[in-house]
Design a protein around this ligand. Structure first.
Ligand SMILES: [Zn+2]
Length: 139
């Protein structure tokens, strides 16, 4: 998901993520791009869940939102802001949480937490695809 986000240009970003629904659609598409598998029972059939772009297992009825178990899991920011913040972190790796805090007018601690999650995700993806033997430990 982070990899796909990183490759989006600023002009495309503004076109892609106009509404909250568009953000969730992107997240759902990325999250389940290898197919849907229920986290509770492993079933692969689903129907529409209780919230937009969430999926509900047709066997155990477990509902999973598009943001659950992603970097946006339990993120209290509006998804549009959260996704923009994540995108900025990917496309401008040097950006500080203070700078993000100023730009978004949200608490620095909130920016810092999300930034860290995105960075962790970037490092995991990077080390897994580039060279699995070299695993940098970053905190
Ligand atoms: Zn299930």
């Amino acid at each position: 998901m982070i990899e796909s986000l990183k490759n989006i240009s600023p002009s495309d970003f503004d076109k892609l993520f106009i509404t909250e629904e568009a953000c969730l659609e992107f997240l759902a598409a990325e999250k389940w791009k290898e197919g849907y598998v229920c986290r509770k029972c492993g079933h692969t059939n689903y129907c529409e869940g209780s919230t937009p772009y969430s999926r509900r297992c047709t066997r155990c009825k477990h509902n999973e939102s598009a943001t659950a178990h992603t970097v946006f899991h339990k993120c209290h920011l509006p998804i549009k802001e959260a996704i923009r913040l994540a995108w900025l972190v990917c496309s401008q790796p040097g950006i500080s949480s203070y700078e993000l805090s100023r730009q978004f007018n949200i608490r620095q601690m909130t920016c810092w937490r999300l930034k860290r999650k995105v960075e962790e995700c970037m490092h995991t993806v990077g080390s897994a695809t580039l060279n699995p033997r070299v695993r940098e430990k970053k905190d």
